[in-house]
Write a protein that binds this ligand. Sequence first.
Ligand code: ADP
Ligand code: ADP
Ligand code: MG
Length: 535
Amino acid sequence: VGCGICVRKCPFGAITITNLPEEIGAPVHRYGSNGFALYGLPIPVEGKVTGILGPNGIGKSTAVAILSGLLRPNLGKDATWDEVLERFAGSAIGDYLKKVAEKGVRTAYKPQYIDRIPKSYRGSVRELLKRTNERGELDALVDRLGLSHLLDREIDSLSGGELQRVAIAATAARDADFYFFDEISPYLDINQRILAARMLQDLASNKAVMVVEHDLALLDLLAESVHLAYGTPGAYGVITRPKGIRVGINQYLRGFLPEENVRIRSESIEFEVHAPRDEKDVPVLVEYGEFSKSYNGFELSAMPGVIRRSEVVGILGPNGIGKSTYIKILGGIEKPTNGRIDAKLKISYKPQYLKAESDVTVEALLRSITPDFDSSYYQSEFVKPLALDRLLDQSMTELSGGELQRVAIIACLSMDADLYLLDEPSAHLDVEQRMMAARVMRRFAESTERSVVVVDHDIYLIDMLSERLIVFEGKPGVRGIANPPCDMREGMNKFLSAIGITFRRDEDTKRPRVNKPGSKLDRAQREMGEYYYAL
Ligand code: ADP
Ligand code: ADP
Ligand code: MG
């Protein structure tokens, strides 16, 4: 079911990576005398979107600081610019660094954690965007990203998805030689991800655009080539030479980089080509009737459905369609306007937007939730796979977005409950962490016979994780319809036909790849009504 290999066979050691190959030479940069070392640099190419694919803490921001002239590379010692240019002489990156050394290169940068923007900026969307409107392209960007109705809103009143699109527009509006986007997908739904991707591709028609992205289906669609980054987060990172996007993602999923002769993971990640069969004889956890919820201007109608024991149900739908409202009602956190959920279920809920409530340490928090913290089961099923062991002594308020997300996922699964509801667990996680989180949730549901419901926009994650799907339809911000849970094939077809994209299978890894709109395969699959599981 879903990603069979990842979920069943991929060993828990997947997060630790290889030793540094000896022939790699001196680092490009090292912090302090014994700090993090970066090997290799990505190369921005005019007229192209170049991707970077790798874990967090591997030196991507360091590389960008170097490429934008904010940080002079020290070659691991105390090198001068002359020594740096000599080392890279005759290469494309050498030519680029020469420009950086001589007059500086103009850079525009979208940071990873947009949640921090409201803390450093006060004012309206219009005022913020006006300040970055250096190319005079702002109106077009606002239009393409669907921001016109937000212009008079205060920055600190925006939802995550709105803030993300404003940040993308603000960065693209600048006049620079080199644009760097540290993730575009967090908080965006699939439609918005695709719109942002097309916008970046147009920006790259005469600029160099570089993107870090952990949504692999999106990265595949967006970038022409990709640098893979591997190493030990926090200790050292190696950035490979560019690879074609298809080959690069395939190598990453396989866990082996042939040109570099490096294994970055002990097992390959693969996808099921066929939809899993819907098993009907599993005991029911909860059967609910129709219910609805009205907010001022928004109406959610949920059709009756059944959630079974020990299954993972994925939820797909655009932003503002009522997914969060729906799971809150399912969990008894919100009351429906009409209808009710009768079952007396114990619920554990991970909200979409996370905030550390107190400055207890991660370990103290987990211990306060579960008596099993010291058991080897708890350590091997929860703590190790999401690499929480390195965070245990840290205070909750010190954690980065991705760290907080990993702790919140495990905290949610650590509660004693009947039904586990997780709203967008992939936000801020890198590719390895998403796959490990998917595996942890799946194994948890199977081994404890608990039911898990997950809202997410990452199609690969939903594919790996879910046995059935709830697909939302309607008009965002106005009306949402929650369909009953259905099997994967039906759900994917319903969801993808609504947004008008089809997936083919990569011939090597069988991973799903977005078809070019109007291509032969795209047309054939639409005709057959097979948007995801066509052969
Ligand atoms: P990424 O962008 O891939 O998440 P970064 O380039 O931000 O990674 O950081 C890579 C490593 O370098 C991290 O371990 C980080 O703590 C360390 N680091 C980043 N900036 C500095 C600095 N100014 N001084 C010392 N260490 C740093
Ligand atoms: P999704 O999770 O699919 O993005 P939500 O359930 O968060 O959607 O929201 C659906 C709609 O309901 C949105 O238009 C949102 O603004 C509105 N909404 C959500 N919660 C509230 C609330 N507490 N009060 C008023 N409106 C709300
Ligand atoms: Mg939501």
